[in-house]
Write a protein that binds this ligand. Structure first.
Ligand code: PLP
Length: 382
């Protein structure tokens, strides 16, 4: 693709799964909640990512949608992978993904998992503490490690920092320990927070990365990987920066790194969300203390869990009555199973109505459990 065509692709409006195809699927019958996902859109998203950031190879975050058929499509599009566990590793090895293209980006790994991954040929491991560096180094003295640094998550709908990421003084200790061990601390990574609406976070992350690279070089290490993590947002109810706008910020920040530096990103949500609708059904409605409640058959244990931290989906129904505010809850007997307390939905919603959740291909089915005896959702691949 030439530069002009790539820019046009990256700047074009994003596509979502055509609602008519959701209806066509439903015409075949309904047994339980399902995610319906169009892999053509996944392919398109991969191409847009490559077009927006030519230096950045995407490594898909398997956790966002671990369906084997989705992983196969991503592999065909030339995408690498990022894993959190050895079950995810086994899925990729079964598809024939070379271990060198699988980055183990969970900062806290059990010793047994690290040893398994080393035995299978994984080369790259994240670390964000002195202890984790020692753990990986003991399992494999030749392992290539990359340091997860803290970076600001301001403006992200699903912040991640706080749990992971080294701060300034810890970074100094980790670099000193790598020097002492003779460990190959070979790069830096950060995660701006998931569904990040603020492109400045990548700018700040890359500036900090440059400074840490310089510290590593001063210590005699050979930093040569920049991993800009995930966080690229998708459309729900708020305006989002386009992938082209994020790309412009990232590409400018990468100018501070020479061509010998390998650059990867770890998109999860961006590559799969828009490809799918999650379809579920109203079990019943009720009025409690004057408020309207709707109970549907998926709930947070059936995969609609990101709403519990404030994510607002675009939700469609077949009703056209005036909208009122509903509390939306799942079918289980757990009081945690409330997806949101302020969802605008038509007033005339009743038992057996369908609920269509748009752009729900990421972080839905991946989270689902069979708690209380409710079935896992189906995944229908188009
Ligand atoms: C979850 C995760 C990602 C993917 O994040 P998205 O917001 O879905 O793009 C990437 N890297 C790491 C280390 C993660 O934990």
């Amino acid at each position: 693709m030439d530069r002009i065509a790539a820019d046009a692709l990256a700047a074009a409006p994003e596509l979502s799964l055509d609602f008519a195809r959701v209806k066509a699927q439903l015409a075949k019958g309904y047994e339980k909640p399902f995610l319906i996902l169009d892999t053509q859109i996944v392919r398109e998203k991969c191409r847009r990512f490559f077009a927006a950031m030519p230096r950045v190879r995407p490594h898909f975050a398997v956790k966002s949608n671990p369906d084997q058929r989705v992983l196969q499509v991503l592999k065909e599009e030339g995408v690498g992978f990022e894993i959190a566990s050895i079950a995810e590793l086994d899925q990729l090895l079964a598809l024939g993904v070379p271990p060198a293209e699988i980055f183990y980006s969970n900062p806290m790994k059990s010793r047994a998992y690290v040893e398994y991954a080393v035995a299978k040929g994984v080369e790259w491991f994240v670390i964000d503490s002195v202890e984790e560096l020692q753990k990986v180094h003991r399992a494999s003295p030749t392992a290539k490690t990359y340091l997860r640094i803290y970076t600001t998550n301001v403006g992200s709908d699903w912040p991640l920092s706080g749990k992971f990421g080294a701060y300034e003084s810890e970074i100094r200790d980790i670099i000193a320990e790598a020097e002492r061990l003779g460990a190959d601390l070979a790069g830096v990574t950060f995660h701006v927070g998931s569904q990040c609406l603020n492109p400045e976070n990548w700018k700040v992350g890359l500036e900090t990365t440059r400074a840490v690279f310089d510290q590593m070089l001063a210590a005699g290490l050979k930093p040569r990987l920049v991993n800009i993590g995930g966080g690229y947002p998708v459309t729900h109810t708020k305006d989002i920066p386009t992938i082209a706008e994020i790309g412009a910020v990232v590409n400018a920040g990468l100018a501070a790194f020479g061509d010998d530096v390998q650059v990867i990103g770890e998109p999860g949500r961006y590559l799969v969300s828009d490809a799918g609708y999650f379809v579920c059904r109203v079990v019943g409605t009720a009025t409690r203390e004057g408020k309207r409640w709707v109970y549907f058959d998926a709930g947070m244990f059936g995969g609609i869990i990101e709403t519990t931290e404030g994510l607002k989906y675009n939700i469609l129904t077949d009703r056209s009555g005036p909208e009122i505010i509903w509390t939306v809850a799942g079918p289980t007997c757990d009081s945690l199973d409330i997806c949101t307390r302020d969802q605008a939905l038509p007033q005339d919603l009743v038992e057996d109505d369908f609920i269509y959740i748009k752009n729900a291909g990421a972080y839905t089915t991946a989270y689902a459990s069979t708690f209380n005896g409710f079935p896992l959702p189906d995944v229908i691949i188009l």
